[in-house]
Write a protein that binds this ligand. Structure first.
Ligand SMILES: Cc1cc2nc3c(=O)[nH]c(=O)nc-3n(C[C@H](O)[C@H](O)[C@H](O)COP(=O)(O)O)c2cc1C
Length: 215
């Protein structure tokens, strides 16, 4: 395989992972993640999954500190480990780097200023990847679940890396699509960065209100 082919296969234009996956091994399930696993959890702040979940708290004020590329690699790799319907991976990630486009996204997201975050990932549904012979509405349902779950994995990975995030669901779909230049419908915008301050997690419901036992 020539080097040009390798690049085309692995890197989208404008995003080159800090740690370069080994593209010569086509059997690797997830090339970026594979390399990350081999490289060790050097900058993972918290490897206790439950502690990561327990401490996560949405952030709407990010510091200006840029997010290291190795962390962005891991955040994207985490999304790529999520289960998807039939393993068809019915979602896409749009990594918005342009400051101008981030500003347009703020507008598209109901003028929420924190959308102009250090790292902005738009998760879109891609039902065209889901090749089951099922009605269209089922494929659409799978794609939204795929995209949502992947974004959730990225959100937890961000927390594990000492970052924080805000999940944006309030947006004008058409405007977001225009900004990122796609026909695919977005499911969430994940804004990530170093938090200006660490906050305590928000309370949740009582267990008796949450869990409904079915005998
Ligand atoms: C589906 C969904 C949509 C959301 N949309 C927005 C949003 O548009 N703007 C915002 O500031 N927060 C949004 N959030 C973040 C929630 O407000 C936040 O997760 C919730 O208040 C719980 O706080 P926590 O994340 O700190 O536990 C959204 C979260 C989810 C899961």
């Amino acid at each position: 395989m020539d080097s040009e082919h390798k690049e085309e296969k692995i890197y989208p234009q404008g995003y080159e992972p800090e740690i370069s996956p080994d593209s010569s091994n086509d059997n690797t399930r997830n090339q970026l993640l594979d390399f990350i696993l081999k490289s060790g959890p050097s900058e993972v702040v918290d490897t206790d999954l439950f502690a990561v979940m327990a401490k996560r708290r949405s952030t709407r004020k990010f510091s200006d500190k840029p997010v290291e590329t190795t962390k962005i690699d891991k955040i994207i790799a985490a999304a790529d480990t999520a289960p998807t319907a039939g393993n068809y991976q019915g979602f896409e990630i749009f990594y918005v780097k342009s400051p101008e486009k981030k500003k347009l996204l703020v507008e598209a997201c109901n003028k929420q200023p924190y959308v102009d975050a250090p790292v902005v990932l738009v998760f879109c549904k891609n039902p065209f990847r889901v090749k089951f012979d099922f009605p269209e509405y089922i494929l659409a349902k799978f794609a939204i679940q795929d995209a949502t779950l992947a974004a959730g994995y990225s959100q937890l990975a961000s927390q594990a890396l000492g970052l924080s995030s805000i999940w944006i669901g309030m947006f004008d779909e058409k405007k977001v699509m225009d900004v990122i230049g796609t026909d695919l419908i977005p499911s969430s915008v994940l804004c990530i960065g170093y938090p200006e301050q660490t906050k305590f997690p928000k309370p949740r419901r009582n267990l008796k209100d949450l869990v409904h036992v079915v005998w």
